[in-house]
Structure formats: C-alpha cells, structure tokens
Design a binder for this molecule. Structure first.
Ligand SMILES: Nc1ncnc2c1ncn2[C@@H]1O[C@H](COP(=O)(O)OP(=O)(O)OP(=O)(O)O)[C@@H](O)[C@H]1O
Ligand SMILES: [Mg+2]
Length: 407
C-alpha cells in the first residue's frame, strides 16, 4: 500500500508521533483544536480523548460518517471515552496513555491487519530500526529469536525453553527467555524457577519507571543452567494489563543486557505477538507434520511476506518422524527446513512434570540432540542448514499423499 494517511488529533505535542509514523511509511496529518470545522479524510485516525469532549465528538462524527476510518482512541486516567467506542467493533480500539511513538505505530499496523488493509511500503525497515530509535536507549547486540506458530500445542514452549538452555550450554553467554504468551503460556510451569514477579507487576508503573533495575528485579534464574527467565505473570485476569509497550521495553532491556534473547509467543496475530515478531532477528516457525498446522503456517508465511518478515523465518518441524514427510513440508511451504525434532512423548512428559528441560533430564536422547541442533542454528549460524528441496509448482496439499511413521 502507498503511504496510508493518519489523522492525528492530539491534545499535546505530536512531533515524535509524526516522526515515527513517517519513518514507518505513514503520512500523518495533524489536527489542531482550531481546524475543527474541516476534518480531513484519512485511512486511519488517532484521537486523544483528553481533547475537549465537543471536539472529540465532532471528529468522531466526521470519521464515522465518511469511509469509516479505523480509529485508535488514546485514553488517559480521567478521559471521557466516546460512546461509539463500544459499538464499532474492530474499527475503534482503545489504547492507554502515555503511548510511546513506536507503540502507536504497532497499534496502527495491527489495526490495518485486523481490518483487512495492507501495510504501508517500507514498514519493515522501520521495524528493524525501531528499537534503535527508542528514546534515550542504546540497543545492544543481543540476538532475538521469536519462537512462533499460528497454531497452539505444536511445541513452541518446549522448543523455546530447551533451545534457550541449550544455547546457554553451548555458549556460556548470557541467555534470557522471555515468556510473551501473555495470559496463557507459563514457561515457569515447565521450567522450575523461583518465581517472584512478572511483567504484569510493572503494568501500573509509568513507562519511565521501567528501568534496568526494575527489570533485573523481575527476572529470575534457572539455577542448573544459569538461564534467565522473564515471565509475563501468572494470573490470566492480569494479562490485559501487559501492554505492547511494556513487552517492547522488556525486550529492549533484554537485548541490551544479554547475548541471546529467546521469546516464547502466543499462537495468534494479536498486536503483542506481531510486535515480538517484528523486532526479532529471527523467527522460528514451528510446524508439525499435519495438514492443519501446515495450512496455518502457509497463511502465516503469506502475511509475513506482506509484512516484510519472510527473510527472518526459519522453519522447525517438531515431531518430524510422524505424519507428512519433511521434504513435502518444505515443498508445501516453499522454504527449506532449518531443523527437525523427533517426537518423544514419554520423555517430554516426564521432563515437563519435573519442571526440567529435556536437554538436561535426558541429554542422550535423540530429542535432546535435535533440540541442541536447533540452538546451533543460532550459536553456529555458519554451520549450514539441511539441503533445500526443489519447490514444486502445484497445489500444495496435493503433496500430502505420502505419509511416513517411523517411530
Ligand atoms: N518433540 C516432542 N515430543 C513429544 N512431546 C512433545 C514434543 N514437543 C512438544 N511436546 C509436548 O506437546 C505438548 C505441547 O507442547 P508445548 O506446550 O511446547 O506447545 P505450545 O506450542 O507451546 O502450546 P501452546 O500453543 O498451548 O502454548 C506438551 O505436553 C509437550 O511436552
Ligand atoms: Mg506454549
């Protein structure tokens, strides 16, 4: 999409937002209190609910009566939220103030995706640079790997936990595991660590209090491996309070202070997950050899191509010895398979019940060997991947006739 226009109706200074939006490929138009008689049309709008309520009503009325630009309402503690917010579905979303500029960009991108619109050209270079432009922060060298699948239960957490421990064993460097499966996932239930706090405990503090010292307090350490773990929290009722901005602040801190950051993600396209994918150096897409998982992964790859994320994706096949052949998965997805992991249900269950990573509990099993190979994709990036199968030009699910079941 060419530069989408964003109407910005802000109560305070809009310069930093204008700058971030321009860098992300948007065309912002600011609306001051004096231009209320003419509300320009725009593809998206941001309306600050701390503006005088008549002005908010006029702007919202003009936006709703036109083409219905999706609108993000910025809400402070004492703001009046216009009534339309409750009835406009995906077209009106709320965001809490203060809103950092890159958080605003992510929210708008998420609205474009959710309402079926295209993202602007050039947003991916913004995503790559965004952390570098974060106010007053120097971005460290930490390598961020986001473990993702659009489908639940395919092994994301198992792979994230074991890969993080294996990375630590292989490199002895500082490795941090960030549990970003907010509301659902619970890394700390499969990896026994002394849990003290989670990111949800920081949700009430303003962004300028999310300092290094505070994140250091939240982090916990897995004694046996030395892996650091940053949890989102434990209470699903608290999960909505863990914002995109808080996750991004945590990731920035993590990247500044650790050589490797492994992120365990939620299976879906919510804006927290999209942010965790956009800022990753690499996305490990976990698939299992089943038609459903592959269909979902193929859809994700299409979206990732549109978002400019495709080049950072590596496909990891979990439970690779059952179901559709690895070669056929590569052909179906049009990508090489970076690593495979065998299924070993009994060992995976024993290890997880004891709160121990498989790579430590059963280091000699094939599953552990495979998980170490996944970690070596990061620790030894030049070691070479598996051979690339030739993509075959036909409907991809027609390839699924051949199945294997070796174990
Ligand atoms: N290679 C494997 N062999 C045997 N069992 C496995 C393997 N990988 C994962 N499992 C088991 O499958 C179950 C789901 O794994 P896991 O929780 O890692 O998936 P997930 O993708 O993180 O799920 P969710 O989407 O719910 O977060 C767990 O019981 C785990 O122990
Ligand atoms: Mg999980």
């Amino acid at each position: 999409m060419d530069r989408p226009t964003i109407l910005l109706a802000m109560s305070g200074q809009a310069d930093t937002y204008v700058d971030a939006l321009q860098r992300a490929g948007f065309d912002p138009i600011t609306l001051g209190p004096d231009t209320v008689t003419a509300v320009p049309t725009a593809d998206l709008a941001v309306v600050d609910c701390d503006l005088p309520s008549e002005l908010v009503t006029t702007v919202m009325g003009a936006l709703r009566s036109g083409r219905g630009a999706p609108t993000l309402l910025l809400v402070g503690e004492g703001s009046d939220v216009p009534e339309v917010a409750g009835s406009a579905g995906d077209d009106v979303a709320l965001a809490l103030k203060p809103m950092p500029p890159d958080g605003l960009v992510y929210r708008l991108q998420a609205m474009l995706i959710r309402t079926g619109r295209e993202l602007p050209d050039g947003w991916s270079s913004w995503a790559a640079d965004s952390a570098a432009h974060a106010a007053g922060q120097i971005v460290g060298e930490g390598h961020v790997v986001s473990v993702f699948a659009p489908k639940g239960g395919v092994g994301k957490t198992t792979i994230a936990v074991n890969m993080a421990v294996a990375l630590r064993q292989q490199t002895r460097a500082e490795v941090l595991l960030l549990d970003a499966d907010v509301g659902v996932g619970n890394v700390t239930s499969v990896l026994e660590v002394p849990y003290r706090m989670g990111l949800s405990d920081l949700a009430d503090s303003p962004a300028d209090e999310w300092t290094d010292a505070v994140f250091e307090q939240v982090v916990t350490v897995h004694a046996e491996s030395g892996l650091k773990v940053l949890a989102w929290g434990t209470d699903p009722a608290e999960s909505e309070r863990v914002s995109v901005d808080l996750l991004l602040a945590a990731l920035r801190w993590a990247r500044n202070h650790h050589s490797y950051v492994v992120v365990d993600n939620h299976p879906g396209y919510d804006d927290r997950t999209m942010a965790m994918l956009a800022v990753a150096n690499e996305i490990f897409l976990v698939v299992t050899p089943e038609v459903g998982a592959l269909r979902n992964s193929a859809q994700f790859l299409e979206l990732a191509r549109d978002l400019g994320l495709a080049s950072s994706i590596r496909v990891i096949v979990n439970r690779a010895n059952h179901g559709i052949r690895v070669q056929d998965i590569a052909t179906a997805l049009g990508l090489p398979i970076a690593a495979t992991i065998v299924s070993n249900g009994p060992k995976a269950i024993v290890a997880s019940n004891e709160g121990k990573p498989v790579v430590l509990k059963f280091p000699r099993e094939d599953i552990s060997n495979d998980l170490h190979k996944v970690a070596r994709l990061i620790s030894q990036p030049d070691a070479g991947a598996e051979p690339v199968p030739e993509p075959v030009a036909r409907r991809w699910w027609s390839r699924f006739g051949t199945r294997t079941s070796q174990a």
